[in-house]
Design a protein around this ligand. Structure first.
Ligand code: NDP
Length: 254
Protein backbone atom coordinates (compact mmCIF):
# COMPACT_ATOMS: atom_id res chain seq x y z
CA UNK A 1 0.00 0.00 0.00
CA UNK A 2 1.25 3.48 -0.82
CA UNK A 3 2.74 5.38 2.10
CA UNK A 4 2.05 8.89 0.87
CA UNK A 5 3.48 10.34 4.10
CA UNK A 6 6.79 8.48 3.69
CA UNK A 7 10.12 10.11 4.44
CA UNK A 8 11.04 10.03 0.73
CA UNK A 9 7.67 11.12 -0.60
CA UNK A 10 8.06 12.59 -4.11
CA UNK A 11 11.83 12.06 -4.20
CA UNK A 12 13.65 10.23 -6.99
CA UNK A 13 16.12 7.56 -5.93
CA UNK A 14 18.53 5.75 -8.28
CA UNK A 15 20.04 2.42 -7.18
CA UNK A 16 22.77 0.43 -8.92
CA UNK A 17 22.52 -3.36 -8.66
CA UNK A 18 18.84 -3.05 -7.74
CA UNK A 19 17.72 -6.39 -9.13
CA UNK A 20 18.70 -8.53 -6.15
CA UNK A 21 20.23 -8.62 -2.69
CA UNK A 22 20.75 -5.40 -0.73
CA UNK A 23 20.01 -3.24 -3.80
CA UNK A 24 16.62 -4.86 -4.20
CA UNK A 25 15.80 -4.27 -0.53
CA UNK A 26 16.88 -0.61 -0.87
CA UNK A 27 14.60 -0.10 -3.89
CA UNK A 28 11.62 -1.54 -2.04
CA UNK A 29 12.33 0.36 1.19
CA UNK A 30 12.68 3.64 -0.76
CA UNK A 31 9.48 2.95 -2.69
CA UNK A 32 7.67 2.15 0.56
CA UNK A 33 8.68 5.62 1.76
CA UNK A 34 7.19 7.22 -1.35
CA UNK A 35 10.23 7.55 -3.65
CA UNK A 36 10.03 7.06 -7.40
CA UNK A 37 12.83 4.64 -8.19
CA UNK A 38 15.32 4.08 -11.01
CA UNK A 39 16.70 0.55 -10.86
CA UNK A 40 19.94 -0.40 -12.61
CA UNK A 41 20.74 -4.05 -13.27
CA UNK A 42 23.50 -5.90 -15.08
CA UNK A 43 22.63 -9.62 -15.29
CA UNK A 44 19.44 -9.61 -13.19
CA UNK A 45 16.97 -8.25 -15.73
CA UNK A 46 14.10 -10.44 -14.51
CA UNK A 47 14.87 -9.56 -10.89
CA UNK A 48 14.92 -5.84 -11.72
CA UNK A 49 11.60 -6.04 -13.55
CA UNK A 50 10.10 -7.94 -10.65
CA UNK A 51 11.33 -5.43 -8.06
CA UNK A 52 9.98 -2.58 -10.23
CA UNK A 53 6.60 -4.31 -10.29
CA UNK A 54 6.67 -4.68 -6.50
CA UNK A 55 7.76 -1.06 -6.05
CA UNK A 56 4.81 0.17 -8.12
CA UNK A 57 2.60 -1.59 -5.59
CA UNK A 58 3.52 1.27 -3.22
CA UNK A 59 1.94 3.76 -5.63
CA UNK A 60 5.25 5.11 -6.98
CA UNK A 61 6.86 5.02 -10.41
CA UNK A 62 9.65 2.52 -11.09
CA UNK A 63 11.85 2.22 -14.19
CA UNK A 64 14.59 -0.29 -14.97
CA UNK A 65 17.86 0.40 -16.81
CA UNK A 66 20.52 -2.01 -18.08
CA UNK A 67 23.86 -0.78 -16.75
CA UNK A 68 27.30 -2.31 -16.36
CA UNK A 69 28.75 -0.06 -13.66
CA UNK A 70 32.28 -0.65 -14.92
CA UNK A 71 31.34 1.20 -18.13
CA UNK A 72 31.33 4.98 -17.66
CA UNK A 73 28.97 5.50 -20.60
CA UNK A 74 26.47 3.02 -19.15
CA UNK A 75 26.57 4.76 -15.78
CA UNK A 76 26.03 8.19 -17.32
CA UNK A 77 23.26 6.66 -19.47
CA UNK A 78 21.58 5.33 -16.32
CA UNK A 79 21.66 8.66 -14.47
CA UNK A 80 20.66 10.67 -17.54
CA UNK A 81 17.89 8.17 -18.29
CA UNK A 82 16.55 8.55 -14.75
CA UNK A 83 16.74 12.35 -15.01
CA UNK A 84 14.88 12.20 -18.31
CA UNK A 85 12.14 9.98 -16.81
CA UNK A 86 11.66 11.87 -13.58
CA UNK A 87 13.15 15.32 -14.16
CA UNK A 88 15.86 14.84 -11.55
CA UNK A 89 17.66 12.42 -9.22
CA UNK A 90 17.54 13.34 -5.52
CA UNK A 91 19.20 10.26 -4.11
CA UNK A 92 21.87 7.91 -5.49
CA UNK A 93 22.79 4.58 -3.96
CA UNK A 94 26.09 3.12 -5.19
CA UNK A 95 25.34 -0.48 -4.30
CA UNK A 96 26.63 -2.73 -7.11
CA UNK A 97 29.63 -4.79 -6.07
CA UNK A 98 31.55 -8.05 -6.34
CA UNK A 99 33.77 -9.87 -3.84
CA UNK A 100 35.79 -12.64 -5.52
CA UNK A 101 38.22 -14.57 -3.33
CA UNK A 102 41.86 -14.01 -4.34
CA UNK A 103 44.80 -14.84 -2.06
CA UNK A 104 47.00 -11.77 -2.25
CA UNK A 105 50.14 -13.26 -3.76
CA UNK A 106 48.10 -14.98 -6.48
CA UNK A 107 45.94 -11.95 -7.26
CA UNK A 108 46.38 -10.87 -10.88
CA UNK A 109 46.35 -7.27 -12.03
CA UNK A 110 43.20 -8.11 -14.00
CA UNK A 111 41.43 -9.35 -10.83
CA UNK A 112 42.54 -6.27 -8.91
CA UNK A 113 41.38 -3.93 -11.71
CA UNK A 114 38.00 -5.68 -12.09
CA UNK A 115 37.16 -5.32 -8.41
CA UNK A 116 38.34 -1.71 -8.21
CA UNK A 117 36.32 -0.90 -11.36
CA UNK A 118 33.16 -2.55 -10.06
CA UNK A 119 33.31 -1.54 -6.40
CA UNK A 120 35.03 1.87 -6.47
CA UNK A 121 35.43 3.49 -9.91
CA UNK A 122 31.73 2.80 -10.56
CA UNK A 123 30.86 5.15 -7.68
CA UNK A 124 33.21 7.80 -9.09
CA UNK A 125 31.37 7.62 -12.44
CA UNK A 126 27.92 7.76 -10.85
CA UNK A 127 28.81 10.65 -8.55
CA UNK A 128 30.21 12.67 -11.45
CA UNK A 129 27.02 11.98 -13.40
CA UNK A 130 24.58 12.87 -10.63
CA UNK A 131 26.19 15.75 -8.72
CA UNK A 132 25.76 18.53 -11.36
CA UNK A 133 21.97 18.15 -11.22
CA UNK A 134 22.03 18.01 -7.42
CA UNK A 135 24.05 21.25 -7.33
CA UNK A 136 21.55 22.96 -9.64
CA UNK A 137 18.79 22.13 -7.19
CA UNK A 138 20.92 22.69 -4.09
CA UNK A 139 20.01 19.29 -2.71
CA UNK A 140 21.09 15.68 -2.97
CA UNK A 141 21.98 12.63 -0.92
CA UNK A 142 24.45 9.96 -2.03
CA UNK A 143 24.91 6.68 -0.19
CA UNK A 144 27.84 4.39 -0.97
CA UNK A 145 27.53 0.79 0.17
CA UNK A 146 30.87 0.07 1.81
CA UNK A 147 31.67 -2.96 3.97
CA UNK A 148 32.94 -3.83 7.40
CA UNK A 149 35.91 -5.38 5.58
CA UNK A 150 36.83 -1.96 4.20
CA UNK A 151 37.35 -0.80 7.77
CA UNK A 152 39.16 -3.90 9.06
CA UNK A 153 40.88 -5.33 5.99
CA UNK A 154 40.51 -9.06 5.33
CA UNK A 155 42.70 -11.88 4.00
CA UNK A 156 41.91 -13.00 0.46
CA UNK A 157 40.00 -9.86 -0.51
CA UNK A 158 42.61 -7.07 -0.48
CA UNK A 159 41.12 -5.62 -3.69
CA UNK A 160 37.60 -5.58 -2.24
CA UNK A 161 38.63 -4.17 1.14
CA UNK A 162 40.68 -1.47 -0.59
CA UNK A 163 37.77 -0.54 -2.86
CA UNK A 164 35.40 -0.36 0.10
CA UNK A 165 37.81 1.83 2.06
CA UNK A 166 37.91 3.94 -1.10
CA UNK A 167 34.16 4.57 -1.23
CA UNK A 168 34.30 5.78 2.38
CA UNK A 169 37.00 8.32 1.45
CA UNK A 170 35.06 9.23 -1.69
CA UNK A 171 31.95 10.06 0.37
CA UNK A 172 33.99 12.19 2.77
CA UNK A 173 35.72 14.04 -0.07
CA UNK A 174 32.46 14.74 -1.92
CA UNK A 175 30.92 15.91 1.33
CA UNK A 176 33.76 18.36 1.96
CA UNK A 177 33.63 19.63 -1.63
CA UNK A 178 29.85 19.99 -2.01
CA UNK A 179 28.31 19.98 1.46
CA UNK A 180 27.86 23.72 1.58
CA UNK A 181 25.94 23.51 -1.70
CA UNK A 182 23.47 20.96 -0.34
CA UNK A 183 24.98 17.64 -1.38
CA UNK A 184 25.57 15.07 1.36
CA UNK A 185 27.42 11.78 0.85
CA UNK A 186 27.49 9.02 3.45
CA UNK A 187 28.19 5.29 3.60
CA UNK A 188 26.58 2.18 4.95
CA UNK A 189 29.09 -0.54 5.84
CA UNK A 190 27.21 -3.81 6.41
CA UNK A 191 28.57 -6.87 8.11
CA UNK A 192 27.66 -10.29 6.73
CA UNK A 193 24.20 -9.96 5.20
CA UNK A 194 21.89 -12.68 3.90
CA UNK A 195 22.28 -12.28 0.11
CA UNK A 196 23.98 -14.28 -2.63
CA UNK A 197 27.26 -12.59 -1.66
CA UNK A 198 26.78 -12.93 2.09
CA UNK A 199 25.75 -16.57 1.93
CA UNK A 200 29.20 -17.49 0.63
CA UNK A 201 30.51 -16.91 4.16
CA UNK A 202 27.41 -17.72 6.23
CA UNK A 203 27.43 -21.45 5.80
CA UNK A 204 29.34 -24.30 7.45
CA UNK A 205 31.65 -24.27 10.44
CA UNK A 206 33.27 -20.94 9.46
CA UNK A 207 29.86 -19.29 9.30
CA UNK A 208 28.83 -20.70 12.67
CA UNK A 209 32.06 -19.46 14.25
CA UNK A 210 31.64 -16.00 12.78
CA UNK A 211 28.06 -15.78 13.94
CA UNK A 212 28.97 -16.82 17.48
CA UNK A 213 31.45 -13.92 17.65
CA UNK A 214 28.75 -11.35 16.89
CA UNK A 215 27.33 -9.52 19.92
CA UNK A 216 23.88 -9.76 18.33
CA UNK A 217 24.37 -13.49 17.67
CA UNK A 218 23.04 -13.38 14.11
CA UNK A 219 23.83 -12.09 10.64
CA UNK A 220 21.96 -9.21 8.99
CA UNK A 221 19.04 -9.23 6.58
CA UNK A 222 19.09 -6.98 3.49
CA UNK A 223 16.00 -5.13 4.71
CA UNK A 224 17.87 -4.09 7.88
CA UNK A 225 20.68 -2.62 5.79
CA UNK A 226 18.13 -0.94 3.52
CA UNK A 227 16.55 0.86 6.49
CA UNK A 228 19.92 2.54 7.19
CA UNK A 229 20.23 3.56 3.53
CA UNK A 230 16.74 5.08 3.43
CA UNK A 231 17.48 7.00 6.64
CA UNK A 232 20.59 8.51 5.00
CA UNK A 233 18.63 9.36 1.83
CA UNK A 234 15.96 11.15 3.83
CA UNK A 235 15.89 14.51 5.59
CA UNK A 236 15.77 12.62 8.90
CA UNK A 237 19.58 12.40 8.57
CA UNK A 238 20.07 16.05 7.57
CA UNK A 239 23.05 16.56 9.90
CA UNK A 240 24.88 13.42 8.79
CA UNK A 241 27.52 14.05 6.14
CA UNK A 242 30.67 12.07 5.37
CA UNK A 243 29.59 9.47 7.95
CA UNK A 244 29.47 5.69 7.89
CA UNK A 245 26.67 3.70 9.51
CA UNK A 246 27.63 0.17 10.54
CA UNK A 247 24.74 -2.33 10.45
CA UNK A 248 26.97 -5.26 11.36
CA UNK A 249 25.42 -7.03 14.39
CA UNK A 250 28.14 -5.43 16.53
CA UNK A 251 30.92 -7.29 14.70
CA UNK A 252 32.90 -4.05 14.60
CA UNK A 253 32.25 -1.10 16.87
CA UNK A 254 34.44 1.65 15.37
P1 NDP B 1 24.87 -9.72 -4.40
O1 NDP B 1 26.01 -10.54 -4.87
O2 NDP B 1 23.63 -10.35 -3.92
O3 NDP B 1 24.49 -8.63 -5.53
C1 NDP B 1 25.50 -7.93 -6.19
C2 NDP B 1 24.82 -6.82 -6.96
O4 NDP B 1 25.82 -6.07 -7.68
C3 NDP B 1 23.83 -7.33 -7.99
O5 NDP B 1 22.69 -6.50 -7.99
C4 NDP B 1 24.58 -7.20 -9.31
O6 NDP B 1 23.75 -6.92 -10.40
C5 NDP B 1 25.44 -5.98 -9.03
N1 NDP B 1 26.61 -5.96 -9.91
C6 NDP B 1 27.74 -6.73 -9.84
N2 NDP B 1 28.57 -6.42 -10.84
C7 NDP B 1 27.97 -5.45 -11.58
C8 NDP B 1 28.31 -4.71 -12.73
N3 NDP B 1 29.48 -4.90 -13.39
N4 NDP B 1 27.44 -3.78 -13.19
C9 NDP B 1 26.28 -3.56 -12.56
N5 NDP B 1 25.87 -4.23 -11.47
C10 NDP B 1 26.71 -5.16 -10.98
O7 NDP B 1 25.49 -8.81 -3.26
P2 NDP B 1 24.84 -7.95 -2.10
O8 NDP B 1 23.47 -7.54 -2.42
O9 NDP B 1 25.13 -8.61 -0.84
O10 NDP B 1 25.82 -6.70 -2.22
C11 NDP B 1 25.38 -5.36 -2.42
C12 NDP B 1 26.47 -4.44 -1.92
O11 NDP B 1 26.65 -4.65 -0.52
C13 NDP B 1 27.83 -4.70 -2.55
O12 NDP B 1 28.48 -3.47 -2.78
C14 NDP B 1 28.57 -5.48 -1.47
O13 NDP B 1 29.95 -5.35 -1.58
C15 NDP B 1 28.00 -4.87 -0.23
N6 NDP B 1 28.15 -5.68 0.98
C16 NDP B 1 27.53 -6.90 1.08
C17 NDP B 1 27.70 -7.67 2.22
C18 NDP B 1 27.05 -9.01 2.39
O14 NDP B 1 27.41 -9.74 3.34
N7 NDP B 1 26.09 -9.38 1.58
C19 NDP B 1 28.54 -7.20 3.34
C20 NDP B 1 29.11 -5.90 3.13
C21 NDP B 1 28.92 -5.18 1.99
P3 NDP B 1 23.20 -8.08 -11.42
O15 NDP B 1 22.71 -9.22 -10.58
O16 NDP B 1 22.13 -7.37 -12.18
O17 NDP B 1 24.37 -8.46 -12.30
Amino acid sequence: MADREGTLRGRVVAVTGGGRGIGRAVVLAAAAQGANVAIAYHDSEAGAKDVAHQARGYGVDAEVFACDVTDREHVFGFIQGAEKCYGRVDGLVNNAGIMPDSPFLEMTVEEWDRVIATDLTSAFHACQAVIPGMLERGRGSIVNIASRLGLTGWPGVAHYASAKAGVVALAKSISREFGQRGVRANCVAPGVTNTDMGRTVMEGEVGRRRMAELPLGRFGEPEEVADCVVFLLSDASSLLIGQTLNPNSGGLMP
